[in-house]
Write a protein of this length. Structure first.
Length: 242
């Protein structure tokens, strides 16, 4: 596939290059097709697209600038957020032949495979997995950093620290969504109340406050990551490359 044809198929409604899931399915043999999720996600409820190569986001970002600039490349994750991060990284290096699948594997399941109830099925399965791993410490539901690392992408991982803290000594987990507690957690208002969510901060105090606030909002499947990012580092788990 030539670059002109590839670019004609992309759209930028979100500010970065995207292609639809049906287009990616129809042209998967003509492009380099990369799934940036964690390996354990490929056997989860959403499965993996046939013929896709798995390069987790953390690893992929270390390869930016090393790829052939002439090969059209399509990136996919769960919903499009992580593949969007990767696409932006490639575009920052001057690539014009990389695009993210709009809506990720959620869109793939609904628009390509015709599984209209996949959102509900995925949330139920992931919520049950979170519930089995949760323990209670002083009235607070918690899961271990090791459990979170092994289930990234299967539950929504929320970091309630301030944006400048993500660039600090403790760094950040690429798969985490940053929703600062100081904003009043306004971003969570539109999220499904039955979605499984794990919350972190520096040491756990802010995560606890965020959890109790979200419980008040009606969220049903919540846990705090024990020890916060300090616990993550104590467990020697990886953070985003700097």
């Amino acid at each position: 596939m030539d670059l002109q044809t590839f670019q004609a198929a992309t759209q930028r409604t979100s500010g970065m290059a995207e292609v639809s899931a049906p287009w990616a399915a129809a042209h998967r043999a003509e492009v380099k097709f990369i799934d940036v999720r964690q390996p354990h996600e490929l056997t989860g409820p959403l499965g993996a697209a046939e013929g896709v190569q798995n390069i987790p986001l953390d690893d992929l970002l270390t390869q930016v600038g090393q790829w052939d600039r002439e090969t059209p490349t399509v990136l996919i994750c769960r919903s499009g957020r992580r593949s969007g991060i990767a696409t932006a990284a490639f575009e920052a290096k001057g690539y014009r032949n990389v695009a993210s699948v709009e809506g990720g594997t959620l869109a793939w399941n609904t628009e390509v495979l015709g599984l209209g109830d996949i959102h509900l099925s995925e949330r139920k399965t992931s919520a049950a997995t979170l519930r089995e791993a949760t323990y209670t410490t002083n009235g607070l539901p918690e899961v271990s950093p090791d459990w979170v690392h092994g289930h990234l992408g299967l539950v929504r991982f929320v970091d309630v620290r301030e944006p400048d803290e993500l660039r600090g000594e403790l760094g950040q987990v690429l798969q985490a969504v940053n929703v600062p507690l100081s904003t009043g957690l306004a971003a969570v208002e539109s999220w499904p109340r039955d979605e499984p969510i794990v919350i972190t901060c520096k040491a756990g105090g802010r995560a606890a406050r965020a959890l109790f606030h979200m419980q008040h909002l009606g969220f049903q499947h919540l846990a705090s990551m024990e020890g916060g990012m300090l616990g993550w580092h104590a467990a020697r788990l990886p953070v985003a490359p700097r």
